[in-house]
Design a binder for this molecule. Structure first.
Ligand SMILES: CCCCCCCCCCCCC[C@H](O)CC(=O)SCCNC(=O)CCNC(=O)[C@H](O)C(C)(C)COP(=O)(O)OP(=O)(O)OC[C@H]1O[C@@H](n2cnc3c(N)ncnc32)[C@H](O)[C@@H]1OP(=O)(O)O
Length: 719
């Protein structure tokens, strides 16, 4: 797992060999320990270079080991032995040096990086802190403020920034290992007294306490309940205020707390789940590794409203030629200006040229005749979309993939409007489409594996986390949102306030509570959908029957607000009050509270005290229950798909791992018991009736989340 060779006569070259990312597994660590011993005891070796095979230095500690009984030599003494060496050790950094990989490099006396390399102490993203000396060495090397920034965010820095910060000593466009060997030859025999970072004093600003107080406050605000960023600040504080050895003890103590925390488990689950969703499969048996995508060079977007504009920008930023079609004159002129502005701002942020020439605009749908793939993003109206698909089917060249950006409508029905339904899939982007990372790729019963593979590959190229899901109303994300929103409204009817519900959800870790989110996205969106579904009955009838639609409990609260023209932020009034239309800061609205009181009186509801626990249980367990139904129906292939959709598309707190992981952490039996309790209390709410799959999983001993896929397969085969 680590090869030792002698090169250029006197340089000992240690090459990490643990594909795919040279993670520091027990065997790899043992390999390094052995190779270092050999290099130090070989009198012909005057200096040492450590590199990784296959163009990647090291992806850090082996995360797969974390859930197991860790054996092999520990990292900290291994890195200390390297730093203590009396022969210069140079790290040759190609590809990535992340987490323990960068900590290993910081234990070396010099660092040479390839210009394309990326470096970072990424542990915080896994619910941990850099516990192989990273929190103590980095501040000593680059100062407290810069180290705090890197360690609390886990952000990746380029080689150029690493040079500027002082993390690396040299950056090269040539072969980094060859350059490191030259470097090692040049420093052989030189004193290493000034090269051991652990011996450096920690450069500190004069008012350390004020600095840490300010940083801690900011970190707490952005952490949304995550504990690792806070522990990172505490560890760096130890570097700034304690001698190195005591700082190391503090680092270990803090790591021990994080290591066994549910948050670390959740974040590490997310890391692997994000990769697992790329290995998609369809109920037909088609899979990611047997379905060949087609290359897309030219794509079209139909409809340049908010979604269409974002999609066009995202496609152009990927390097594709884009035909952007909008038939309405006013929208067309406005969209052209907006799209260019979005590209210019994006380019400015990245220091690149805006890809303005990648997009050609047209008001005529015939302009899409020669594209390889079309994404329809017209208004969410089935009749309109049907017409577009009928047109596309005759206009487009043979084999063009036809995708819809619908957020809920029947993809199979749209496919049936075309000559080649196998070429139709959903590509459900999230607003703003050029920013949000999630893409739901929706396959209908007739979508070909190639169409799915192509949409998944295009999503990846666009930098999206793409999840393949089956076709049903709302797909995965929006289907699960419905019971969540419904519970929030029922809670208001029963005595809660928007502030209470949002407060509970934000404390749980959501960026915005359900009512603030609804104000942001516009109450009229859901109103239109409910009207289409025949649920809206204007006017405020009284009595319990006014709150029953289609045989089930229904809350008309949202409809009543819309009837008053309260559409949320855009009208300056919704569940909250805003200073003016378009303002973003929600304020308490006395009108809304009197309206709720009046509503309850009119419907004979006696308000009761509702606590945060009930808010969380009702909103979250209703959503989770629907997640189990989705798994039962085979709409999502596994819990990872659902969790990644929620983490990337619906701001579910990542440190809670997604709704299905969260259910497994709470305990399936507990979730079932609470659902049964609430269903008994509200028998007219079908979403609260525990799903069969949940019952069966509990009956089979509540297997851990990574075993659900297997358990579901087994349960299906028994039916
Ligand atoms: C009781 C109390 C005890 C308490 C004390 C216990 C102490 C234990 C000792 C701790 C010492 C601390 C050491 C250190 O500080 C901690 C760490 O280093 S944590 C790890 C930090 N590393 C990272 O965050 C990097 C993660 N990886 C990546 O970002 C990317 O994979 C990459 C390296 C940039 C490469 O990207 P890509 O080329 O796109 O490839 P993929 O991402 O698809 O990955 C390919 C494949 O590799 C798997 N993988 C990647 N990194 C790791 C890893 N570090 N360990 C294990 N496996 C890894 C990845 O999952 C993919 O496989 P797949 O999932 O697809 O099968």
């Amino acid at each position: 797992m680590a090869q030792f060779t002698r090169v250029s006569r006197s340089v000992g070259l240690i090459t990490l060999q643990n594909p795919p990312v040279n993670a520091l597994s027990a065997v790899a660590r043992q390999g390094i320990v052995d190779a270092v011993k050999r290099a130090l005891s070989d009198p012909k070796v005057k200096s040492v270079v450590i590199c990784g095979q296959n163009g990647i230095f090291c992806g850090g500690a082996d995360i797969k080991e974390f859930g197991t009984n860790i054996t092999g030599p520990p990292l900290v003494p291994m890195i200390h032995a390297i730093e203590a060496s009396n022969k210069p050790v140079v790290a040759a950094i190609e590809g990535s040096a992340f987490g323990g990989g960068l900590e290993l490099a910081l234990g070396c006396h010099y660092r040479v990086a390839h210009s394309k390399a990326k470096l970072g102490l990424t542990e915080v993203t896994l619910g941990l802190l850099p516990a192989a000396g990273g929190t103590q060495r980095l501040p000593r090397l680059i100062g407290v403020p810069a180290a705090l920034n890197l360690i609390t965010t886990g952000r990746h820095v380029t080689a150029a920034e690493a040079l500027q910060l002082g993390i690396v000593d040299q950056v090269t466009d040539h072969n980094a290992v060859d350059e490191a060997v030259k470097f090692a030859l040049s420093v052989a025999g030189k004193s290493l007294d000034a090269r051991r970072i652990s011996t450096y004093p920690c450069p500190c600003p004069s008012d350390v306490d004020a600095l840490f107080e300010e940083v801690m406050q900011k970190v707490r605000q952005s952490a949304r309940g995550a504990i690792a960023p806070i522990a990172c600040v505490q560890a760096v504080r130890a570097a700034a205020t304690l001698p190195y050895s005591q700082g190391m003890e503090r680092e270990q103590e803090l790591m021990a707390t994080l290591f066994t925390s549910g948050q670390a488990r959740a974040l590490q689950y997310c890391f692997f789940a994000q990769r697992a969703v790329g290995r998609w499969s369809m109920p037909s048996g088609a899979r990611w590794d047997t379905s060949k995508p087609r290359s897309i060079h030219k794509a079209a977007v139909i409809g340049l409203g908010t979604m269409g504009r974002g999609i066009a920008v995202a496609l152009a930023q990927t390097g594709l030629s884009v035909v952007a079609v909008e038939t309405q004159e006013k929208q067309f002129m406005e969209a052209k200006k907006m799209v260019s502005g979005m590209m210019e701002r994006g380019a400015k942020r990245h220091g690149t040229a805006p890809p303005l020439d990648k997009i050609t605009y047209s008001q005529n749908i015939q302009a899409v005749a020669d594209v390889d793939l079309v994404i329809e993003a017209v208004f969410e109206d089935m009749a309109l979309k049907e017409k577009v698909f009928q047109q596309l089917s005759t206009i487009c060249k043979q084999g063009t993939f036809l995708c819809t950006n619908t957020s809920a409508l029947d993809v199979d029905h749209l496919a049936s409007q075309t000559r080649n339904p196998e070429l139709v899939v959903g590509m459900h982007f999230f607003a703003p489409a050029h920013v949000m990372k999630l893409l739901e790729v929706v396959y209908g019963p007739r979508s070909s594996p190639q169409a799915v593979a192509t949409a998944m590959q295009l999503g990846k190229k666009m930098g999206k986390v793409s999840v393949a899901v089956g076709n049903c109303r709302g797909f995965v994300g929006n289907r699960m949102l419905k019971p969540y929103l419904e519970q929030a409204l029922f809670l208001l009817e029963e005595g809660a306030t928007p502030e209470l519900v949002d407060g509970a959800l934000e404390e749980f870790g959501f960026a915005l509570g359900v009512f603030k989110m609804s104000d942001l996205s516009g109450l009229d969106v859901g109103w239109k959908v409910r009207k289409g579904d025949g649920l809206v009955e204007p006017g405020l009838a009284s009595g319990p029957s006014a709150r029953i639609r289609q045989g089930r409990r229904y809350s008309p609260l949202g409809d009543l607000l819309c009837e008053q023209g309260r559409f949320g932020q855009k009208t300056g009034q919704g569940w909250y009050r805003y200073d003016k239309p378009g303002s973003r800061v929600p304020r308490y609205d006395p009108w809304l509270h009197s309206f709720l009181e009046e509503y309850r009186t009119q419907h004979g509801i006696v308000a009761r005290r509702i606590d945060q626990q009930e808010v969380l249980e009702r909103c979250l367990y209703a959503l989770i229950n629907e997640g189990f139904r989705i798994l039962e129906d085979g709409i999502a292939a596994g819990p990872e798909d659902i969790d990644i959709i929620y983490v990337f598309g619906y701001s579910w707190p990542r440190h809670r791992g997604g709704p299905m992981f969260y259910a497994s952490m709470v305990g399936l039996a507990k979730v079932l018991e609470r659902l049964e309790h609430y269903h008994q209390a509200h028998p007219d709410v079908p979403y609260m009736q525990p799903c069969n799959l949940l019952r069966r999983l509990v009956a089979s001993g509540s297997p851990p989340v990574h075993k659900w896929k297997e358990a579901i397969k087994k349960l299906r085969s028994q039916l």
